[in-house]
Design a protein around this ligand. Structure first.
Ligand SMILES: Nc1ncnc2c1ncn2[C@@H]1O[C@H](COP(=O)(O)OP(=O)(O)OP(=O)(O)O)[C@@H](O)[C@H]1O
Ligand SMILES: [Mg+2]
Ligand SMILES: [Mg+2]
Length: 464
């Protein structure tokens, strides 16, 4: 029996812990043998690959009820688990394994990372981490010593602050997406503080005197210098509301809410492009199936293209080879209440289109996408491949003009080459980086960051 007690230390209901590998000298943990795993309250969790392994970067606010001290951490991910929180929500969390120092002893523990700071305690010490080592005396706390305010102030005297760098939020949905990872990587390499902001985790306070945007857990985002929106179509409505709020707080958005909203409306965009004197394939749109026949004639008859207004990645684009097929497809979509447009088929494009990446009124890279054999859609998602292309001066001029017409600072402009010259297909407000960076070897992510630097430098000069 004496052996049993020799191997174990008694701890109280709360203890100060140290995580040497995370550079956290002191964090107060709630001891909870009712919980299996231990958790650390982390925000801005972003995953990345290092030497073939999944890693995460995250920020810890080690001091209770304060967000002033921020420790930037990174650790290898050892597992991902779905955890049911006390509120009953299921959340997928990263698990890391790090040495924990408590008193004189140090041992490896598993921690799940979660961005919800539970009232007060920044850490929960669960029973798995205690097994074989610790016994709990629930009546006392801080048996291994307290850390008064002065001690904490000393321990955290040198929080990492990047001088001169900007605070840039990447407003998106998936931190693991190539484009989002690249933008964060490029921003950090250029000395900025990059924060991945999940659209769904942002919420806002509309108020005449103190408008705010909060991030899940309560962090306030009002002090950002800029936001890079990378909005997936399904999140357009909510994300644009958030962007309007950022704009009203004076935070620069690389692509503003109005421009994004109108670029997501295919018909509105085509109308705008025409208003600016840009050529598009002849396009028809009608509300009623009664007008199908004339609609088909309007765009020059079959073969023709039918497009779902809400489609992306080529999914809602159909080629109808004959008039009969066109009628069936149009009427079928209509009967499902889907909004569609019909468009003249540019056969001579032979499954190729051009993607021009425009930043701040310049074409910074362009590729040609070539459809898979037997396919007319050039989308990479439909098996198309990207290849290098030299675009003409006219194509360049059209791409720049299209981005400008849509008022987009960053745009992916899609063109096809017809017998009557280049025609515009669409302008994307969150163009992907993977295909185009890989094919051209250009560092487009850094160019996006530079656009923010230029803009904010100009703003600062104006303020002088
Ligand atoms: N009128 C047309 N004539 C010939 N080919 C076309 C025409 N419209 C579209 N295509 C081909 O189909 C592909 C997909 O069409 P489009 O870009 O309009 O829709 P989408 O790709 O679904 O939208 P998004 O690019 O926003 O994901 C084009 O890249 C092009 O290769
Ligand atoms: Mg497209
Ligand atoms: Mg599009």
């Amino acid at each position: 029996m004496s052996d049993y007690f020799d191997q174990k230390s008694v701890i109280g209901n709360a203890e100060w812990c140290t995580f040497p590998s995370l550079n956290i000298p002191a964090i107060k943990a709630r001891v909870d043998s009712g919980a299996k795993t231990s958790s650390l309250h982390a925000v801005n969790i972003q995953s990345f690959q290092r030497a073939g392994q999944l890693w995460v970067t995250f920020e810890v606010h080690p001091i209770q009820e304060s967000r002033k001290v921020v420790v930037y951490c990174e650790a290898e991910v050892v597992d991902q688990r779905v955890i049911k929180s006390s509120s009953g929500d299921r959340e997928k969390r990263y698990v890391i394994q790090v040495p924990l120092q408590l008193g004189e002893r140090t041992w490896e523990v598993e921690l799940t990372l979660t961005d919800r700071d539970s009232m007060g305690y920044r850490m929960l010490l669960g029973r798995e981490a205690m097994n074989g080592r610790l016994l709990v005396d629930p009546q006392v706390s801080c048996i291994f010593g307290d850390r008064p305010q002065e001690t904490l102030a000393k321990l955290y005297e040198t929080p990492e602050i990047r001088e001169g760098g900007l605070r840039i939020g990447v407003l998106a949905s998936n931190p693991e997406l190539y484009s989002n990872r690249r933008i964060i990587e490029a921003g950090e390499a250029m000395g900025h503080e990059m924060q991945f902001l999940n659209v769904r985790h942002c919420y806002m306070k509309l108020d005449a005197t103190t408008p705010e945007i909060h991030y899940r857990g309560g962090r306030i985002l009002n002090d950002l210098d800029a936001v890079i929106p990378r909005i997936r179509p399904s999140m357009t409505f909510y994300a644009c509301t958030l962007l309007r709020q950022f704009e009203s707080l004076g935070i620069f958005c690389l692509n503003d809410s109005t421009a994004i909203a109108q670029s997501r409306d295919k018909l509105r965009s085509l109308q705008l492009l025409l208003e600016h004197g840009l050529a598009i394939p002849t396009t028809g749109f009608a509300n009623s199936p009664l007008d199908t026949n004339d609609l088909i004639n309007m765009v020059g008859g079959a073969p023709l293209i039918v497009k779902l207004l809400e489609g992306t990645q080529g999914k809602g684009v159909v080629l109808a080879e004959t008039k009969k097929a066109a009628e069936s497809v149009i009427n079928a979509f209509k009967s499902l209440n889907a909004n569609i447009l019909v468009q003249e088929f540019i056969k001579e494009a032979s499954g190729k289109d051009l993607r021009c990446f425009v930043i701040d009124g310049k074409v910074v890279a362009s590729i040609q996408r070539v459809a898979a054999p037997g396919e007319f859609r050039a989308n990479i998602h439909q098996g198309g491949r990207a290849e290098l292309v030299k675009i003409t001066a006219e194509e360049k001029r059209i791409a720049i003009k299209a981005a400008k017409a849509m008022n987009l600072k960053v745009a992916g402009v899609d063109l096809i080459r017809s017998n009557n010259g280049p025609l515009l297909l669409e302008v994307n407000s969150s163009p992907g980086l993977q295909g185009i960076e890989t094919a051209t070897n250009e560092d487009i992510a850094s160019m996006m960051i530079s656009a923010i630097e230029r803009r904010l430098a100009a703003k600062a000069r104006d303020a002088l």
